[in-house]
Ligand binder design. Sequence first.
Ligand SMILES: [Zn+2]
Length: 323
Amino acid sequence: MTNLDLHASLVRGRQAVEAYIVECRDQLGEYTWDEENATDRLIHAVYPAARYIPFKRNQEGGTPTSSGTGADWLWWWLSPTGECFGMLVQAKNLKRIGKRWAVDLEYAKRKQIIDLLNASDLLEVPAVYALYCGDPAYRPDLTCGEGHTSDTLDRCHRSGVCALPALIASQLATFSALDPPGQAAIEAYQNAIPLEDLADTSLGTPVVHDLNLRHIDGKLLEFLTQPQATARGIAKKIFEMVSRMRSGQFALAVSEHRRVDENAFVFANLPTDRGHFGVPYFDHVLRGLRRQPPDYLVAMAGGDDPPAWLSRLVAGIALFDVV
Ligand SMILES: [Zn+2]
């Protein structure tokens, strides 16, 4: 299987979610759909490039996942070398409320974002929202921003399922307190990336113009400035989104680095700069990039049940083969 297959599979997944949303609209007479069902449609349509391991719900003594809705999933992008990139993914619907847009990422819902970020710390992966944005007919008044065109290659045609790092959502939520209602949802849509673009090798990996670049050398500098493929390519696309937002923040970059376990993490020496994110953003994203799958994945591949601490945090695991 090639990365092309993963990209084609993710396109199929997005189309399946759009088809489900249109079914709901036709049956209910309005755009109302369920996040969990959308996730099921997505992952099933991506099979066999993605495999889906749902955990048993409401295990005794269990507590709800961080969203309390069963919408949190742990995704691992697996390279054939064993290198992999994990993300804690929470599904969110882009909703139309009257004439405005909403995503439940506004200031009043900030506790949910903090809970998700705390769960991602326990899993040592970045937190990312999967935004279900409906089909293009759902959002004729919403565009991807200044670069929007009427062309069929425009991003809006691929945006039925988007990825938005939670650090970006958290910033949008913080500043939305001062904005007109609905602005945070519009910016969430505009700052997100179509899920399928993560695996689209024809797009290349973005150049990262990080504020901390001059304090970086070695393998990390190479990662940020050279093209990347497989799980590293996906990690880099997520990192670039966060780094780009960091560039717009008026906070001094700091040059201290932090060492972590060099056996497990691909990058063990990362800048501790927080910008306005509140956490060191290099570590938040790049801790998800590992030399090999974590022990619990290896044990589960051998037939073990997920450990209780894990099934308390997420509704299941999705594994994506990135070749
Ligand atoms: Zn657009």
